[in-house]
Design a protein around this ligand. Structure first.
Ligand SMILES: *Cc1c(COP(=O)(O)O)cnc(C)c1O
Length: 370
């Protein structure tokens, strides 16, 4: 049985009439480009804000721009430092560098894969301006601890929610806990567009105003360029697709959780290191990540059995060539260094069937047993 890592085609098959109608409607209206007057974009921004119980939601071109624009809106730039987790997708640190600031890496929590809140304080300097908390794999970071350190040192907190649409921390949806939050709607995310897309969320009206201007050439009304910005708009087709998919997101999230529980219960007896889901969290399992000491071998065996897996990520950020100038050694980030050699993401998507899950588990059993 061939099992893909994600199956966007299966998802489309379930919602085809709704998607096709939404796309046809945008085309009929020629409502292609985002901005202040596109009703598809505005409708999605409002619907997503409602879903999160957030105040302001501003669409933009992708989830990397959203981090960068929010940092800019916070006036973070040259001479500043921003704390980021050692283990994330490169966008998190890349956006810091793009605004002219310096990313300062902090090691991963040994159980949760998110930023280890206990280690933040030791990395704060007089130049530190913000902390980016990434809710990696769909699990909320330790927000109370992160917000407490931030308050004590007067730092901004930006949540990178690219992998955590709908995840909760103590009953509150992530994206509404810090000063601002960034979402990606890359097609493979839990809420994915049919191309690149992203958004920014905040309850701070001034931050929202600046972010909206920065994403659209510094204007809030046509030809009134208050500042210089850029072109990073959410377009009408993507907004319409996202609007359709958002209605299905709660059900898709419930299915991801159900699949994760099934994996947990079948894999734990095999001695496999399954994901932690601490009591404070409601995990949305963007990725279902397990660990193996002999990861390469298990991945190869699964691949031979027709099962696609992923590694998120094979090199922690401080060890990438892009950050060679930071001159970090594995012992600077022992947990991230260990995880990067062991983590393996198993197939995870709402449309996964019980039979597929059992095939993945059998293949894992064969790989670890033999
Ligand atoms: C996907 C992702 C991003 C960036 O999203 P894009 O829309 O691809 O630019 C940022 N941070 C994390 C943790 C991600 O997984």
């Amino acid at each position: 049985m061939k099992i893909p890592f994600v199956d966007l085609r299966a998802q489309y098959d379930h919602i085809k009439p709704e998607i096709d109608a939404a796309i046809a409607s945008v085309i009929a209206d020629s409502a292609f480009v985002g901005g202040y007057e596109n009703r598809y974009v505005r409708n999605f921004e409002e619907a997503f804000a409602d879903y999160l119980k957030a105040v302001h939601c501003i669409g933009c071109a992708n989830g990397t721009d959203s981090i960068e624009i929010l940092l800019k809106a916070m006036n973070i730039g040259p001479g500043d430092e921003v704390i980021v987790p050692a283990h994330s997708w490169i966008s998190t640190s890349e956006a810091v560098t793009t605004v002219g600031a310096r990313p300062v890496f902090v090691d991963t929590h040994p159980d949760y894969y998110t930023l280890d809140a206990r280690l933040i304080e030791a990395s704060i300097t007089p130049r530190t301006k913000a902390i980016i908390a990434v809710h990696l794999y769909g699990l909320a970071a330790e927000m109370d601890e992160i917000l407490a350190v931030a308050r004590k040192h007067r730092l901004r907190v930006l949540e990178d929610c690219a992998q955590a649409h709908g995840a909760e921390y103590k009953g509150t949806k992530v994206g509404t806990l810090g000063d601002a939050a960034s979402f990606s709607f890359f097609p493979g995310k839990n809420l994915g567009a049919y191309g690149d897309a992203g958004c920014m969320v905040t309850k701070d009206p001034e931050l929202a105003r600046r972010a909206r201007m920065l994403a659209n050439h510094g204007q809030l009304a046509k030809h009134n360029h208050v500042i210089e910005g850029r072109n990073s708009r959410l377009d009408g087709l993507q907004a319409a697709v996202l609007g359709v998919k958002l209605k299905h997101l709660p059900q898709w999230t419930a299915l991801r959780r159900k699949h994760a529980q099934r994996y947990d219960s079948l894999l734990a007896p095999l001695g496999v290191h399954t994901p932690s889901a601490p009591a404070y969290s409601s995990h949305v399992y963007h990725l279902y990540v397990v660990q193996f000491v002999n990861r390469e071998m298990v991945q190869r065996d699964l691949s031979q059995a027709g099962i696609s897996t992923g590694v998120h990520y094979p090199k922690a950020l401080p060890f990438l060539t892009a950050y060679a100038n930071h001159k970090h050694a594995p012992e600077d980030f022992p947990v991230a260094a260990r995880h990067m050699d062991r983590v393996l993401s198993l197939p995870m998507y709402p449309e996964l069937t019980a039979e597929q899950i059992e095939s993945v588990v059998s293949a894992v059993a064969a790989a670890v047993g033999g």
